[in-house]
Design a protein around this ligand. Structure first.
Ligand SMILES: Nc1ncnc2c1ncn2[C@@H]1O[C@H](COP(=O)(O)OP(=O)(O)O)[C@@H](O)[C@H]1O
Ligand SMILES: [Mg+2]
Length: 320
């Protein structure tokens, strides 16, 4: 059966609405995180959620995994976690060495508090994300499809955390920085059903997406049209990040490709089969900021990578 672009985007819009409805039963706000996860699922990328402790990063991801109806697993990253605890190990079975796959072999992986584990274990996960396979003893074991990592990190730097290096942050399609909720949202949270200090039950959330829905949503996003003007807009913004005096390392061509992929997926969430300059501008911070390295001077001035991206966007003319 062939579907027209309009019915394709209508289906994606319906998926989005269903996800917001389900997750919204137990999570107040966090709508950007829901959209980001859907964009990453469609574009085949991964999401990093950053924020202070206690703003429902873990709860929201758990709810998303359940609403997506895909197989999900969670790894709590701790200082003593080993690379093989993530990827798997060779074990002896009946006198033969066989590969026992680790928790990374799943559709949606919640990588919780990823900056609490040492670099070697982080690298094992990031390599699997990049290559979509795990190689043990020269044998490649492909990960399932779809495969998406939703990683969280608490931004307050406690003793004994290991910040991800920029070269590895590049693996994430999107980074979302979650702040404290509005006063109204905090009031709404208190009216959710809680039993004592136990959060609302994730079991309330119904699975509303199937693997086939994701395949269809990907096909719809692939068919999204990007005008020459919008493509040039993306190129110009990315190149501008490399020219800013505050930036030591600008966005890479990989970042540029990611920006386009995220923009196409975002267009379908809005029910369009074409990318607008606004899709690009509104995503630029989430796609580009975590890949920039600022100069020491800019850091001292408390200039942030988000500020740098905003400057790049502001100084490139918007196509009309
Ligand atoms: N936006 C929110 N909506 C609903 N409950 C929330 C929200 N923010 C915080 N909470 C409450 O606070 C708890 C802490 O959330 P958690 O996911 O563990 O935070 P984090 O992973 O960001 O440290 C949740 O289980 C829930 O009870
Ligand atoms: Mg948490």
């Amino acid at each position: 059966m062939t579907t027209s672009p309009e019915s394709g985007t209508a289906a994606t819009v319906a998926l989005r609405r269903a996800l917001h409805e389900q997750v919204g039963q137990i999570v107040v706000g966090q709508t950007a995180m829901i959209d980001a996860t859907l964009v990453a699922l469609i574009a085949g990328g991964h999401v990093l959620l950053e924020g202070p402790p206690g703003v429902a990063k873990t709860l929201a991801v758990n709810a998303m995994v359940r609403a997506c109806g895909l197989e999900g697993r969670r790894i709590q990253f701790t200082p003593d976690l080993l690379p093989s605890d993530v990827t798997g190990t060779l074990t002896l079975r009946g006198g033969e060495l066989v590969f026992r796959s680790g928790p990374v072999f799943t559709n949606m992986l919640l990588a919780d508090e990823i900056n609490r584990t040492p670099p070697k274990t982080q690298a094992a996960l990031l390599e699997a994300m990049q290559e979509r396979q795990v190689t043990v003893d020269g044998v490649a074991h492909p990960l399932p499809e779809p495969f998406i990592v939703l990683a969280t990190q608490n931004e307050i730097e406690f003793e004994g955390t290991y910040p991800l290096p920029e070269s590895q942050l590049d693996r994430f399609l999107l980074r979302l920085t979650i702040g404290y909720p509005s006063e109204e949202d905090e009031r709404r949270m208190l009216s959710l059903q809680h039993r004592g200090a136990t959060p609302s039950d994730v079991a309330q959330v119904q699975p509303v997406i199937s693997a086939a829905d994701i395949v269809a949503a990907r096909a719809t996003a692939d068919a999204v049209v990007v005008s020459d003007e919008v493509a040039q807009y993306i190129v110009s913004i990315v190149r501008r990040t490399r020219e800013l005096p505050s930036v030591a390392l600008g966005a890479s061509p990989r970042a540029m490709v990611h920006l386009l992929a995220a923009a196409k997926a975002t267009a379908t969430l809005a029910g369009r089969d074409f990318v607008t300059p606004d899709d690009v501008a509104s995503l630029a911070g989430a796609v580009l900021a975590h890949r920039l390295v600022l100069t020491a001077d800019a850091e001292l001035d408390r200039f942030s990578p988000y500020d740098a991206v905003a400057t790049a966007v502001r100084t490139v003319p918007v196509p009309r």
